[in-house]
Design a protein around this ligand. Structure first.
Ligand code: DC
Length: 222
């Protein structure tokens, strides 16, 4: 039996992971899983239900009892409600690194991510610990990155596209803050796996990045 067709992608905020993962999945005929959206949903639930962001046990229990659905067309569902807009808002973005730092939360979501892969039999998965912890045996592991300036410029474009304020200096400061927290935490920090292909997307178009990752995947899948 051939190994499952898994493309694992990690990288810092603003590296283009979500778009690249979605388009690469389309190119390969696979489904995509945005694990950052899962951490964002738990963070939204915590903010709405008043669960303290430093209460690891309560946050783990909250993750376990929340019903999180990720639809193929970008739907993100929390307990039956579409929250795809709310999870990208500044409140959730400001709190998600604190919530995702708790091993109790990660254990619940990592189990759900592995169950998703069993159900789908393959897929493109992106996040911070996908190549190192969730699917360390994936046939293709990619670390996507870009210069800080380019990442801030892209995020500013995303924000402007949905009508939110897009001050590039403030966005750059927030990206740097999240990178520091996501890379410096004890539990499953953002790191480059030994055998990951590092793709620096600075100056590349999305189409070029997708073509490069899809080629790597075809070569890895054999
Ligand atoms: O990719 P994103 O910006 O939507 O991710 C939101 C946050 O979730 C990010 O700051 C760190 C956390 N995260 C994580 O800890 N592990 C993952 N696999 C994905 C995201």
């Amino acid at each position: 039996m051939s190994a499952p067709r898994i493309v694992a992608i990690d990288g810092p905020a603003g590296s283009g992971k979500s778009t690249v993962a979605r388009l690469t999945a389309e190119a390969l005929g696979l489904e995509v899983l945005d694990t950052g959206a899962m951490y964002r949903v738990v963070t939204l639930a915590a903010l709405e239900q008043g669960v303290p962001l430093d209460d690891a046990a309560a946050l783990g229990a909250l993750a376990a009892r929340s019903s999180i659905g990720l639809g193929p067309a970008g739907a993100v569902v929390l307990d039956g409600r579409d929250v795809r807009a709310e999870i990208r808002g500044p409140e959730v973005t400001g709190a998600v690194s604190a919530v995702s730092a708790h091993p109790e939360v990660r254990a619940v979501l990592v189990e759900a991510q592995r169950a998703w892969m069993v159900d789908h039999g393959g897929g493109v998965v992106e996040g911070r610990d996908i190549t190192t912890v969730v699917f360390p045996d994936a046939p293709l592991k990619v670390f996507l990155t870009a210069s800080e300036e380019e990442r801030a410029r892209r995020r500013a474009g995303d924000e402007a596209a949905v009508g939110r304020s897009a001050d590039q200096a403030a966005i750059a400061a927030d990206l740097a803050r999240r990178d520091r927290l996501d890379s410096g935490r004890a539990a499953a920090p953002l790191a480059v796996a030994d055998d990951a292909h590092v793709v620096d997307t600075t100056g590349m178009t999305i189409e070029q990045v997708v073509a490069a990752v899809a080629d790597l995947a075809r070569a890895a899948f054999g």
